[in-house]
Design a protein around this ligand. Structure first.
Ligand SMILES: *Cc1c(COP(=O)(O)O)cnc(C)c1O
Length: 501
């Protein structure tokens, strides 16, 4: 064996290297702990042009050979300027601080490195994932035939839901036709209906699934940013008259932009009457499944044909951790393909459990292991109580902003989002837009706080996504005042600054 190979062997994780494993991992944990202990703002506002030369200047063919040196370098290119979701003034996107039991799970699952495709690569982990799927389906109320699978995120969960809905609609169309239609002819007529506040991954899924360019129909929302069910019913009728087939309605339980929940019982009624697959995208709102006080906000979700949940949004899990749940487990067969080397039909006939038959992925992380340890150490009520806290905080923040004459607020959220904007007195619309855009950028550049932006009816607004139970009303009010200062400064100086566009 070459000396390079024998040196390399020392890095392999195996029975003979557990001491090195313990030492190296402990050093890593110590670095992260030290860095997090000193974090005093959610980000540094670093610009890509400052970091790119550092990252680009590293010679990946010349190893440092030393753990501490590599960790020093990692600090310079990443950890020093990282965005910290645990900081109470990170109020931007749907990123949550993570719970320590899940971090423990992450460390353990990557060391063991089980792969959740087949039994012979995962053993107990497959059964544990199945228990968590059953547990989640039970919380939703999907009934005895429910099943599902963990996925990499809401985007993949939505894609898979649309795949199953497409295949079910196709089967029905072909079954009902006197003359078997060509598959492309059927696919061209399939439509998906969601609201204007639905997530863009639905559009992406439609594209990937070979549907028509105009396959996704968006119905307007009401003043509360919830899908208008009269418009939904009208859209389904119109499709029918035009010879189109609505393969799925996607209701959103927790819109990304507004934190609002579509009227699930009414939508379920319409879908039942029309015989249409109801998919509930609860990527954000799934935290309500464990809420001690707000589970009722998801009433109606139990009538879905499929549900997306993102544990990495409202269960305080590290990325990635998501699942797709279906009412009728048999529909998951549309994702099944038997490969002789991996999952021959023979194994399925012998009743040996595998998850690859239900998944778009083959090799797959044991993300369920994080949720498992979270439930076993903290329990579901503790997770729900954390989510309740941020929903309460959003309600408080909304009231303060609504009462503040400097600001305008959008519809109050049912979850933990507050959409608002600074309105300088007597300012023309373009200036209101620019002042808010400027405030967001100036805040980010200072690193003092991070807020998100979105568009409301074509105008630029600001958005607080509150997922940190450590954030207080005082944090929100301080950020509000910083936004007002930056925006007012811009409005005052706008006459001397050229308007953009
Ligand atoms: C975040 C989100 C998604 C996408 O989920 P990822 O985990 O980011 O892939 C889908 N739908 C909604 C409503 C979301 O908020």
């Amino acid at each position: 064996m070459s000396s390079t190979a024998s040196a390399a062997r020392a890095h392999l994780f195996h029975t003979g290297s557990v001491e090195r494993y313990r030492d190296v991992l402990t050093r890593g944990v110590e670095r992260v702990a030290r860095r997090v202990a000193e974090v005093d703002r959610p980000g540094t506002g670093v610009r890509p042009e400052a970091l790119a030369p550092l990252v680009g200047g590293i010679d990946l063919d010349r190893p440092l050979g030393d753990t501490d040196a590599a960790l020093d370098e990692l600090h310079d290119v990443w950890l020093r300027d990282a965005v910290w979701f645990h900081h109470p003034r990170y109020l931007a996107h749907l990123n949550c601080p993570v719970v320590i039991p899940a971090l423990l799970g992450e460390a353990v699952l990557s060391a063991v490195n089980s792969s959740l495709d087949t039994w012979d690569q995962s053993v107990g982990a497959t059964l544990m994932e199945r228990r968590l799927i059953d547990w989640t389906a039970g919380r939703i109320g999907l009934g005895a035939t429910a099943d599902g699978v963990f996925t990499s995120g809401g985007t993949q969960s939505n894609l898979q839901a649309m795949l199953l809905a497409r295949e079910e609609a196709y089967r029905r169309e072909v079954g009902a036709a006197a003359v078997r239609p060509a598959r492309p002819e059927v696919l061209a007529r399939l439509r998906v209906v969601t609201s204007t506040a639905g997530h863009f991954s639905v559009q992406k899924a439609a594209k990937l699934l070979g549907l028509a360019a105009d396959a996704v129909l968006t119905v307007p929302t009401d003043a509360g940013r919830r899908m208008r069910t009269d418009e939904l019913a009208r859209t389904i009728d119109r499709c029918r008259r035009d010879g189109q087939v609505v393969m799925a309605v996607v209701a959103t339980a927790g819109t990304t932009d507004f934190g609002t929940i579509d009227p699930l019982p009414e939508i379920a009624d319409i879908c039942t009457a029309a015989g249409v697959w109801l998919h509930v995208d609860a990527a954000y709102g799934c935290g309500l499944l464990v809420s001690p006080t707000r589970r009722h906000l998801l009433d109606g979700i139990e009538r879905a044909a499929s549900v997306t949940v993102d544990y990495h949004k409202s269960f305080f899990q590290p990325v990635s951790s998501s699942a797709l749940l279906v009412r009728d487990g048999r529909t998951l067969r549309h994702a099944t393909w038997h490969a002789d080397y991996l999952n021959p039909a023979r194994a399925a006939e012998q009743g040996i459990p595998n998850q690859v038959d239900k998944s778009l992925q083959t090799t797959r992380r044991f993300d369920a292991g994080k949720l498992w340890l979270t439930l076993r150490i903290m329990g579901p009520d503790a997770i729900g109580a954390l989510f309740d806290r941020v929903v309460d905080l959003a309600a408080d923040a909304w009231r303060h902003l609504d009462a503040d004459p400097r600001f305008e607020v959008a519809a109050p959220a049912q979850l933990s989002t507050v959409v608002f904007r600074y309105v300088p007195p007597d300012a023309p619309p373009y200036l209101v837009d620019e002042a808010n855009l400027h405030a967001r950028e100036a805040l980010a550049a200072s690193g003092a706080a991070l807020v998100a932006g979105t568009k409301v009816d074509g105008a630029h607004w600001l958005k607080l996504t509150l997922l940190n139970p450590e954030t207080t009303v005082d944090d929100v009010l301080a950020v509000r005042d910083l936004v007002a200062e930056h925006a007012a400064w811009y409005a005052r100086h706008a006459t001397s600054l050229a308007p953009v566009g």
